[in-house]
Design a protein around this ligand. Structure first.
Ligand SMILES: [Mn+2]
Length: 326
């Protein structure tokens, strides 16, 4: 819509046609999204600044209407610009002292954000489920002491407000990435969202999941590739860098890669992380622990501090070769 328009006349016209619509405030613009195409193609209005018929089903996530790349600002850290952001930390928050020690070490090595799960989606109900709210309190303490912004997973619509009050970025995990009520709820929370791709999701379904968040007027979405399930059994998941490269061509949203979960073992994390940067990822989210062998979840794949330091050195070289920085 034009700056001074409230869109009311256009909405009247859409109602007359029995079209569906939603008014969205996104990237400092007022947008009226209307569908289906056949009901809205002839609707015109003086207050419309630009009318775009997006050829892809993911209308708001598409770069057909927004040509500039979106930069997502997480507590002053910009994701999607020239600088590549590395978030690092343990799979799960287990203990305050351990979390602070890991955060200090990854910050020293160049990480710009801290990751760590308080609510853990575990395959078995009998394994460690995370510390819940106590984990969130520890994450807040880590932020106060070390200063790295926090990204952590939210699994339940009932927890969104609470997690948003502790964290700087809300993570939607692979198992919840098509939990549509949860996607709408994190959209309403107005906090940046890290949206993981589900292990069985096509790139189209992944972009449509982002669409749910954008449609709630939350444009701060980072898409995160973390591996999909294929016939391959020697790695935990198959990191789909082809999918990442494709998605980069059709969206304005920044892209992240989680190299830890597809690797499944720590010696494979480094090559996947380097490849992800080379393929154009704007962000990495890496599992790191001071004593991975003692970790209560994903023990096999968490990097030691020295492995993470080594990884950061190599990532910097790849980034520089591509005209970027870390
Ligand atoms: Mn994990």
């Amino acid at each position: 819509m034009k700056n001074n328009s409230n869109g009311l006349k256009l909405i009247e016209k859409l109602k007359e046609k029995s079209a569906s619509y939603k008014v969205v405030d996104l990237y400092k613009r007022k947008i009226v999204v209307a569908w289906p195409d056949k009901l809205v193609e002839n609707v015109i209005d003086d207050d419309v600044e630009l009318k775009v018929r997006v050829s892809k089903p993911w209308q708001l996530a598409s770069n057909e209407w927004k040509k500039d790349k979106t930069i997502v600002n997480v507590d002053g850290i910009e994701i999607g610009g020239r600088n590549i952001v590395v978030a690092a930390g343990p799979c799960a928050i287990e203990d305050e002292d351990i979390a602070i020690e890991i955060a200090k070490a990854v910050k020293k090595a160049g990480a710009k954000m801290f990751r760590g799960g308080a609510y853990k989606p575990r395959t078995s109900p009998y394994t460690f489920q995370g510390l819940g709210e106590n984990g969130l309190k520890i994450l807040r303490k880590v932020y106060e002491v070390v200063g790295l912004p926090i990204v952590t997973e939210v699994m339940d619509t009932r927890d969104v407000e609470k997690v948003a009050s502790f964290a700087h970025m809300l993570q939607i995990g692979a198992r919840n990435s098509q939990n549509f009520p949860l996607l709408r709820e994190v959209g309403k929370a107005k906090k940046p969202v890290l949206l993981k791709r589900g292990m069985s999701m096509t790139t189209e379904e992944w972009l449509l999941a982002a669409e749910y968040i954008l449609l709630e007027s939350n444009g701060d979405v980072v898409l995160c590739e973390r591996g999909i399930r294929t016939f391959e059994k020697n790695t935990r998941f198959t990191l789909d860098l082809a999918g990442l490269a494709y998605v980069k061509t059709v969206t304005h949203l920044p892209l992240a890669v989680d190299p830890s979960h597809p690797a499944g073992r720590r010696d494979l994390v480094e090559p996947l992380a380097l490849a992800a940067i080379a393929a154009g990822a704007d962000m990495l989210i890496v599992e790191v622990h001071i004593a991975p062998e003692k970790a209560l979840s994903d023990s096999e794949q968490q990097l030691t501090i020295s492995m993470f330091e080594e990884l950061m050195k190599k990532l910097k070289m790849v980034a520089e070769a591509l005209g970027r920085s870390i």
